[in-house]
Design a protein. Sequence first.
Length: 438
Amino acid sequence: MRMAGCRPFMFASVLTWLCASVIPIAAGNGAAGKEPATFTKHVAPILQKKCQTCHRPGSVAPMALLTYDQVKPWAKSIREQVAERKMPPFHAAGPLGHFLDDPRLTDEEIATVKAWVASGSPKGDLADMPPPRTWPSDWELGQPSLILSLPKPYTPRKDLRDDYQNFVLDRVFTEDTWIRGVEIRPGNRKAIHHANVFLIRAELQGGPDGRIEGGFKESQLLLGWVPGIIHWLEPEGRAYRIPKGTKLGMQIHYAPTDDEVTDQTSVGLYFANGLIQKRVSYLWGGARQRIEIPPGEANYRLVEKRTFPEDAVVRYFYGHMHLRGKSWAFRLHYPDGRVETLGEIPKYDFNWQRVYRLAQSVSVPKGTVAEYIATWDNSANNPYNPDPTQLVRNGQKTVDEMMGGYIFYEVAGESLDLWVDSKTGRAVPASANGSLNR
Ligand code: HEC
């Protein structure tokens, strides 16, 4: 195998080689072997599996890629997007298999698409076409325990290229509430590009339509949503805590559209059910220092360090910045001196933020120092940069900057022994419930 564009990547205690592009073994006909690749037999299954969550009517991508007639005009562009790994969007480094819900194409799938386009994008036999993929029309994870929605439908502003809004969802959690999952259901997939749900202070009040100017202060991320993201429920026994005295806030990025549309996005919470032992928490590594990015600076860098207060099992990471964001690296400095990269987002993209879930958890002893390395590009080369002549500082607005690094973990060996009522999400000690002795 030729190592094209390889660089070392440390993951858990294994040193693997990460290759930006691996030369496909079978050139020409690619993965389809001797049989020429056709749309119906070889390409349609790939599109169904990896593309149609977004490329279908009513979803976020500009065109549907369901039928041959829809796909054919895009064949060359598809080859390009796929070969350069621009589509599907995914921005963390690491080989396939390292992340859960990884949408990326395999080298074989890429070779198939390339071979198909190279041979003139033939349709093939209709009998080979797989049955159309279907999507649950309502909630992916099933009926939520609690649904909170924007108080009123919001009409995104058409005079803005991007309309970023912060909404307060008006329900105070008066008790600690334990949840296994969160699902964000966009009210209008055509209008919304991404959404983040935060835990915010109960005192915060939105206007009549829920909007709040200037963002949320002291917010904590609950979930980031981008189109095409796969929602998940924590396994039985693991849960997040929504602390008493909080509300949920939602930050939504509306994308431009020609039509007059409205959106009323909802968040569904799934309460834990029965005995829980592990609480999912995170080590926040955001900026405590001042962010001050000079105009035109292409590689502004900040490093934050935090120490794990207890033995931990790390499962996910997430990095949040605004429009000048460029990259993230999360490193672990173990007490024994070893240094490992937990994760990297080499090309951060504000529009495609997501929580990256590791397929294999990483055990981190107490005293390990997590290093959060963020870089920003305030030059004109950054296509999202609204104004490269500005000195950019910390702030809530998307034209200001932010550094939010999150390493999600649970405490090793933790046994909370709490019993959660699935109707309310509230917990009592399992002994009080009598369930420990069952
Ligand atoms: C997570 C959602 C998502 C997934 C999954 C996805 N796309 Fe896209 N795609 C988009 C969006 C949104 C655009 C519009 C441009 C943008 O916002 O980047 C786009 C644009 C494109 C374009 C047009 C680029 C241009 O010329 O402007 C092509 C071609 C494309 N996608 C192909 C694919 C293929 C092939 C797959 C699967 C292998 C795929 N996409 C998977 C969301 C997605």
